[in-house]
Design a protein around this ligand. Structure first.
Ligand SMILES: [Zn+2]
Length: 296
């Protein structure tokens, strides 16, 4: 599993170490900050020799010594609207920046699951965002918080980091709804959250879906979802990934969406018959097949 970890401060550096301890080895770190003296108290990964060095570089150096099999890539830059998340199975956030959290929500929404972690004083939260509700459904506060390392409590930081990593580890990629956990020191409480109809991120996504050049219809009896392109498309069957059976004018393929292997019958005139998929999975499949395997 390829994981993008955004933020390598007090929380993110803990998450990085825990992920490696749990056997996740394909990690990419993204942070623009350098290690400063006041970071040392709350981020035990760093030492006085790291002061002035980029956090991603120092973190990689220390973690590769402890975990020689780790494959760590680093980006010494902020995460922005144009940052690339292609190829990642999961994005983990530990930045303590509300602005970055909202940017991550927009960029990952309906594309890659996002595991948000936050801590302030003895309170914390972890939010697993798959689609709706997203982080912006819960809060519209986008202003950045000041660097508040001094106000962070070590027990709470550890609990938030462990909750994030446990969620990633135990999650069998079967949950299709987002989950929020409230944390007070070492006590973790799940909270039910509902989508917000006014949410700007979810509305923007719905608009794209309405304009999508295909229709989605689910037959509940058979458990099959049919996707039809609005205009006829010719699918290049032989260039499809995961072909299991090739018929004259169709192919049965298996595609992995958010960790689920899903069977799809692809007809060369564009109809997709998808087995046991949610609408969101069907959209992801339709976009992948129609964008990459068609001719006009
Ligand atoms: Zn939303």
């Amino acid at each position: 599993m390829r994981i993008l970890l955004v933020g390598l401060g007090a929380l993110g550096s803990r998450v990085a170490q825990l992920l490696l301890e749990q056997g996740f080895t394909e990690l990419t770190f993204c942070d623009f900050d350098i290690v400063q003296k006041h970071n040392l108290a709350r981020a035990p990964l760093y030492t006085t020799e790291d002061i002035g060095i980029e956090k991603v570089v120092a973190a990689k150096m220390h973690l590769c010594k402890k975990f020689p099999h780790a494959n760590i890539t680093v980006y010494d830059s902020p995460f922005t609207d144009t940052s690339n998340i292609d190829g990642f199975d999961l994005v983990v956030e530990g930045t303590d920046s509300l602005e970055t959290r909202h940017t991550l929500t927009k960029v990952t929404h309906n594309r890659v699951p996002l595991v948000i972690g936050a801590a302030s004083g003895t309170q914390g939260l972890v939010f697993l965002s798959i689609s709706k509700p997203c982080w912006s459904c819960i809060t519209t506060n986008k202003s950045s918080v000041a660097d508040c390392d001094d106000g962070l409590d070590d027990i709470t930081l550890d609990t938030v980091a462990r909750t994030q990593v446990n969620l990633i580890k135990q999650w069998r990629w079967t949950k299709t709804s987002s989950t929020l956990y409230s944390i007070a020191q070492n006590k973790v409480t799940p909270i039910t959250v509902l989508p917000n109809k006014q949410c700007s991120v979810c509305i923007a996504q719905s608009t794209i879906v309405t304009q999508a050049p295909y229709t989605i219809q689910t037959c509940r009896n058979r458990g099959t979802t049919q996707v039809r392109p609005s205009q006829q498309k010719r699918i290049l069957l032989d260039s499809l990934p995961g072909i299991q059976v090739r018929y004259q004018h169709a192919a049965r393929i298996s595609m992995t969406v958010f960790g689920h292997a899903i069977e799809i019958l692809v007809h060369d005139h564009g109809l997709l018959e998808i087995e046991n998929a949610t609408e969101q999975q069907a959209q992801t499949i339709a976009q992948a097949i129609y964008l990459e395997n068609t001719t006009k």
